[in-house]
Design a protein around this ligand. Sequence first.
Ligand SMILES: C[S@@+](CC[C@H](N)C(=O)[O-])C[C@H]1O[C@@H](n2cnc3c(N)ncnc32)[C@H](O)[C@@H]1O
Length: 271
Amino acid sequence: MKIDFASFKKPKPYETDSKSFWDDPHISKHMLKAHLDDHHDAASRRPHIMDAACLFLKNTYPPKQYPRVLDLGCGPGLLTARLLEKGYDAFGVDISKRSIAYAKAQFGERYFARQDYLNLDVDQRYDIIVLMYCDYAVLSPNKRQRLLQNISRVLKNDGVFVLDVFTPQRFKDRDERKSWVMQDESFFSPNPHLLLESFYRYKQDLFLEQFIIIEAARWDVINNWHQTYTLKRIKDELNQSGFRVLKYYADVTGEAYHAHSETLYLVTEKS
Ligand SMILES: C[S@@+](CC[C@H](N)C(=O)[O-])C[C@H]1O[C@@H](n2cnc3c(N)ncnc32)[C@H](O)[C@@H]1O
């Protein structure tokens, strides 16, 4: 095994992406467990928040006028299932084989498909497209642009695209740091490994959580990039891809936006 020591230096923005983070067989097992754990917001938000988010959507964009919803990155379908319950004709797609298998088994085969939303392939157009839990901002700029093009293609002209992003407040108290720990097994690997964890700050509200996993015969680098957004930054970026922000809130439940909010929830339309 040859280790590339260049990987231990602070990477340039988006220099390297994570390969198989969402669909790695071991990580996806732990990820599904995290999605289904009602006690924290690690992978999906807690049930009462998802309930409130669906209620807010229903009150603002009711299923009678906006029947067809596409849930991008739906994970194990917890939000999609709630949207179905609220009366929407909802469809969820996700790249994770394990999450989609769970969603299909739990809530119905026909409501879900395993898909990479960067190569979105649906034959309908939607009244509402949702991209929930700050998924947009983990993508590189090119991928974000590609995703927005896909969304624009399948969103009806009078439809809405809703998403949430983290603001710079999210990481305001975290300094750059590196740490390591020896693990028998962890979220990242079923085998004994050295786990090196780094947190890096960049200009323009970009952050990186990096995990380097070194096993006896294998090593891997997982880079989780986080672009955080001020209201101006997200408005400008969405505008450049042909979306106009109609409304914005502090969170997915519709709380009024304020300067200390860690998230921004945006309702947009095609401009
Ligand atoms: C933070 S989770 C959010 C899950 C869900 N939206 C929720 O609110 O509970 C992000 C989800 O996006 C999915 N995902 C990541 N990249 C994707 C891609 N390129 N295409 C489809 N799904 C993707 C992951 O598998 C994961 O289920």
